[in-house]
Design a protein around this ligand. Structure first.
Ligand SMILES: Cc1cc2nc3c(=O)[nH]c(=O)nc-3n(C[C@H](O)[C@H](O)[C@H](O)COP(=O)(O)OP(=O)(O)OC[C@H]3O[C@@H](n4cnc5c(N)ncnc54)[C@H](O)[C@@H]3O)c2cc1C
Length: 390
């Protein structure tokens, strides 16, 4: 548990939790342990998130944490989104990414850039029963996201979208897509525009679902745009300013990925410590051997360090202070740390760690994506380096 008021008389650090946040975290933790945990293995094996659990995430308000009450949400903070993603990911990283994308990318973009009419139309749905997706990447444009090939051409009251999006999280369940396409490819990134696309629009189709190493219960799909007609009223923000929406949402979203990573690390580490307390070799529990205990103690320290980076970035964001470098550091460090934690957990379990009987095996598969999506580790280092050398 995070410390409360400082005994030194110094002002409490931004990373301390207040009473409301502690209660919120306890509720999500209980939900994850009691309602999600029993289905983790089944969902991983079948590569499918249980619809009943998805409904529970909505019913608990976890899909609309920051959405204002007038639009059916919880009127909570970004920091609470981070707490929810951490708690869910400590049990199932797929549940974590569903809540993460909905809150930190999709709802976040609506809250910041949607018109009142767009908010009225979409936020209540996103907060209560419809999954939102964030569609930026394509086969030819990942790190170089604005080299996208998807185009949008004006046609009266509509834009006509053509192209393909790739790697879109939760698209199999998705109903509302925040989708980026270029209205003027000759202008490069200055043509990139954000559109609100509904699954039912003509010319829109969810394509192939990827068969992945980890995060198997969170669908990752291709989107096909074949003359997809999107009303002009569904442009989010200004035409040609989609690059700004993409950059700014991802700057915030990657704090959520940091939270997912500390959740995975904690889940793997807790399982390893519990095992080390009961597994006996040479007449002792293995946790009594310094060779087992010290790496776990070191890992506990690194998890806490990553948590402080993630919480600090989230607090800065909520306080309206600059946070971009801190967010990049949080995502970079926590994803490297979590890989190490999941790997150490497997080693602590020994042979059984490699099997599906052991929770560490799934944490190890789930953790790998942390260094790739919402900006690879190299992209985070570029952001951090830019500050150093500007
Ligand atoms: C499970 C999953 C879920 C995803 N969900 C979404 C989603 O919901 N929405 C969405 O839009 N996208 C999503 N993505 C896409 C993800 O954001 C991209 O995969 C990521 O940005 C990397 O792009 P890429 O795969 O094209 O790799 P590339 O950009 O081709 O990178 C390959 C390697 O080259 C390195 N590299 C590239 N350029 C440079 C450079 N200039 N300097 C140094 N190194 C460089 C990278 O660091 C990386 O190691 C998802 C991906 C996965 C796997």
């Amino acid at each position: 548990m995070i410390a409360t008021a400082s005994s030194t008389g110094a002002a409490p650090a931004l990373t301390h939790l207040n009473e409301e946040e502690r209660m919120f975290r306890a509720q999500v933790r209980q939900f994850a342990r009691e309602q999600v945990a029993p289905y983790v293995r089944e969902m991983d094996e079948h590569s499918k998130f249980r619809p009943e659990l998805l409904k529970q995430l909505f019913d608990l308000g976890l899909m609309g944490i920051e959405v204002p009450e007038e639009h059916g949400g919880q009127a909570g903070s970004f920091f609470q989104c981070v707490l929810a993603v951490e708690e869910l990911s400590a049990v199932d990283a797929s549940a974590g990414v569903i809540v993460d994308v909905q809150n930190t990318l999709v709802n976040n973009a609506f809250i910041r850039w949607a018109t009142e009419e767009q908010k009225r139309r979409y936020l209540p749905r996103l907060a209560t029963d419809q999954v939102g997706c964030y569609a930026l990447s394509e086969a030819g444009s990942g790190s170089d996201a604005f080299a996208m090939a998807a185009t949008a051409t004006e046609d009266g009251d509509y834009y006509v979208l053509n192209g393909r999006k790739l790697w879109i999280s939760n698209a199999a369940e998705g109903q509302i897509f925040l989708l980026f396409a270029n209205v003027n490819p000759a202008a490069g990134y200055k043509g990139v525009t954000a559109f609100l696309v509904e699954r039912s629009y003509p010319g829109f189709q969810v394509g192939k679902k990827e068969d992945k190493l980890g995060l198997r219960a969170s669908s990752t799909c291709e989107l096909l745009l074949d003359g997809c007609r999107v009303p002009r009223a569904n442009v989010l923000g200004e035409v040609g300013k989609g690059y700004k929406i993409a950059i700014e949402t991802l700057n915030e979203g990657r704090i959520g990925i940091g939270a997912q990573m500390i959740g995975i690390a904690r889940g793997a580490h807790d399982a390893a410590v519990a095992y080390a307390k009961q597994r006996k070799q040479f007449g002792k529990t293995i946790g009594e051997f310094q060779g087992v205990q010290f790496p776990l103690a070191e890992m506990a320290t690194e998890i806490e360090a990553a948590r402080l980076l993630v919480y600090n970035a989230a607090r800065l964001r909520d306080a309206g202070q600059p946070f971009v470098t801190e967010a990049a550091m949080a995502k970079y460090f926590s994803s490297v740390m979590a890989e190490k934690a999941a790997s150490l957990a497997i080693e602590t379990f020994g042979g059984i760690g490699i099997t599906k009987e052991c929770p560490a095996e799934k944490f190890y598969r789930d953790v790998k994506i942390g260094r790739i999506y919402e900006g690879t580790s190299n992209m985070q280092l570029m952001t951090i380096g830019k500050k150093l050398f500007s």
